[in-house]
Design a protein around this ligand. Structure first.
Ligand code: AGP
Length: 610
């Protein structure tokens, strides 16, 4: 995610901005910039790549300022480049922004119609021009910003300065984090605490739809009507390292809890429940071309491959499109049957996995169109593909993929819905129903996390010393069984296997004994009874059963050793919810076994070599 910093006070703002951005580097970024008052003007310096490039751009210059804002950009709209880096300027208005503006295209067109000239591809630049438009009508920065923000749809945390008002900076948020640090006649704004902790432990947290006007005299917080809002001052007890993890013990746990946000940000701006439609224009493949597709081939590695297996089910059930799934390292060497009527969908969090990139190139060479479902803007996969559907999970620091996986499932669901509406296999009412259920998933995920974590920790204590686990599921949840096993394997180093529950009698049942915990994914769906009988078979052989069932189903409460209830949803969306407790189970077992959860042995976050 992007990082925002700002400073106003008696110290030199420039080093404080740079140091603050450094403290936000862990959030992941691809460009950076600062804007600071000096000589009665706002000076902007921006650079692509790491902060050291920005430092090089300003080194040797006497930069003295008492007010400035800075930004590290994690690209969502527009590739990583200097012109897309923040801060963005429109006349005397300069803005830094973290979030996604859904209606920026319409606003940009309106502003261009009023004579505004844009220099970047970003959604953020629209905010600067919109505020400028209102200042041109006589509003001060506070009023102009408030009016501009009311026109935005989406998520934002912003910092704003106006060359004509060198005594203040403005901060506001709706759906993006923003904290205000309180010093002695000096104040700080930041996306996250690490940027300000070395200066102050006194903080004000803005809430959604609040705005702060900050001068050296103090901080005035209002709502979006301009009415004053009383804010408590929090004494921050975290050290900077704890703060980077948001108070969580590991990045992986933080990212597990970020999933409601990652899912929301991935569908934000791409659906209309009102009209029952999905918009994936950014994919860059016309509806006419999609109609001609005879087969979709999904390729990936690891967790992303599990997402592809679920994507196949979605595409075949919702879009009635024949779909195949291949592990990328297999696909690239098996002389696959691919032609111009094939659409290759590569799913890759990093966008840099060597085997997946090679599979994309192979498919392209054979005449297929390619789409990347990717989490990193401007990555190799994103650049090589004919079209991209970005997941907006933000940077995933933990090597074990969690929020990227559920964001991939969200993107695949949108893609399947888009294919269904283009190919006419679902009517508008059906698409609307699918969208309505999707919109509920983030809240259901949030509730699930709060409901199950304590119980999962207890179960982790019971089984953390086991040497083998078996994960079983059917249909949409067979790949979730694979994913649950992979999560456990890669961070706790326990041998674990995922299997289709129906396959148990064809081998794995020989493994069952009282030392073998068996995890059952048992949502109330069309194959529930069959899977429930597999559970009985495991129990009758002394296996220990951990079952994940749909809320309201109490039929297994006395048959499984441990039962967890997962909110009800439709079959295509059930993997998102079922994956979450399995991530927590793997996490807590790994913690109990003392593994390096965020950096497990032998693993890399992105396997960029074969
Ligand atoms: C997932 O927890 C693993 N870290 C790994 O399997 C990963 O999913 C795989 O390497 C693919 O990475 P990608 O999504 O960046 O291509």
């Amino acid at each position: 995610m992007c990082g925002i910093v700002g400073y106003i006070g008696g110290q030199n703002a420039v080093p404080i901005l740079i140091e603050g951005l450094k403290r936000l580097e862990y959030r992941g970024y691809d460009s950076a910039g600062i804007a600071f008052f000096q000589g009665g003007k706002i000076n902007v310096r921006r650079s692509v790549g790491k902060l050291r490039n920005l430092e090089a751009a300003i080194s040797g210059q006497r930069l003295e300022s008492n007010l400035g804002i800075g930004h590290t950009r994690w690209a969502t709209h527009g590739r990583p480049s200097e012109e897309n880096a923040h801060p963005h300027r429109a006349g005397k208005i300069v803005v830094v922004h973290n979030g996604i503006i859904e209606n920026y295209i319409a606003l940009k067109e309106m502003l261009i119609g009023k004579g505004h000239e844009f220099k970047s591809e970003t959604d953020t630049e629209v905010i600067a021009h919109l505020i400028e438009e209102y200042t041109k009508k006589g509003d001060d920065t506070e009023k102009a910003t408030r009016k501009a923000l009311k026109e935005l749809r989406g998520a934002y945390a912003i910092g704003v300065v106006n060359e004509d008002e060198p005594d203040r900076m403005i901060a506001a948020r709706a759906g993006g984090p923003l904290v205000i640090g309180l010093g002695s006649q000096e104040y700080f704004i930041a996306s996250d605490l690490p940027a300000i902790l070395q200066y102050t432990k006194d903080a004000i947290y803005l809430d959604d739809h609040e705005m702060a006007v900050i001068t050296t005299e103090g901080v005035r917080v209002t709502d979006m009507k301009g009415l004053p809002v009383q804010k408590d001052v929090t004494k921050v007890l975290w050290n900077p390292v704890m703060a980077e993890k948001g108070g969580y013990k590991h990045f992986m746990l933080k990212e597990i809890y970020e999933q409601p946000r990652a899912i929301t940000d991935t569908f934000r701006g791409r659906i209309s429940e009102e009209t029952g439609s999905v918009f994936l224009e950014e994919m860059g493949i016309t509806d006419a071309a999609l109609k001609k597709i005879k087969k979709v081939v999904l390729v990936a590695c690891g967790t992303s491959w599990h997402a592809c297996l679920i994507g196949k089910f979605m595409l075949e059930e919702m879009a009635r499109t024949p779909s195949e799934v291949d592990i990328a390292s297999e696909f690239r060497y098996r002389n696959p049957i691919i032609d111009k009527h094939t659409l290759l969908v590569a799913v890759t969090q990093s966008g840099e996995t060597a085997d997946t990139l090679a599979a994309m190139r192979e498919a392209k060479m054979l005449g297929a169109k390619t789409v990347a479902i990717c989490n990193v803007v401007g990555s190799t996969a994103a650049r090589d593909a004919d079209g991209v559907v970005y997941t907006h999970a933000g940077p995933e620091i933990g090597v074990a993929s969690t929020k990227a996986f559920t964001a991939q499932l969200t993107a695949l669901y949108l893609f399947a819905l888009h294919m269904a509406q283009v190919r006419g296999t679902l009517d508008q009412k059906q698409v609307r129903g699918c969208i309505t259920e999707l919109i509920k998933i983030p809240v259901k995920t949030e509730k699930l996390l709060l409901d199950v974590e304590e119980g999962i920790e207890r179960v982790a204590k019971t089984f953390s010393k086991c040497s083998d686990f078996l994960y079983l599921g059917r249909g949409y949840n067979y790949p979730v069984a694979l994913e649950g096993a992979l999560k456990l394997k890669e961070i706790s180093y326990i041998h674990a296997e995922g299997y289709p529950a129906g396959e148990m009698k064809h081998g794995p049942i020989a493994l069952i004994d009282e030392n073998m915990p068996v995890v059952f994914l048992l949502p109330t769906d069309s194959v529930y009874d069959k899977t429930a009988s597999n559970l009985e078979e495991v129990r009758s052989r002394g296996g220990k059963v951990i079952a994940f069932v749909t809320e309201g189903d109490d039929k297994l409460d006395r048959k499984a050793d441990h039962v967890f209830h997962v909110p009800a949803t439709t079959a295509p969306l059930s993997p998102i919810l079922m994956a979450v407790p399995l991530q927590l189970l793997a996490y807590h077992i790994a913690v109990l076994r003392g593994s390096d959860v965020d950096q497990p042995r032998n693993l890399a976050k992105s396997v960029t070599v074969e």
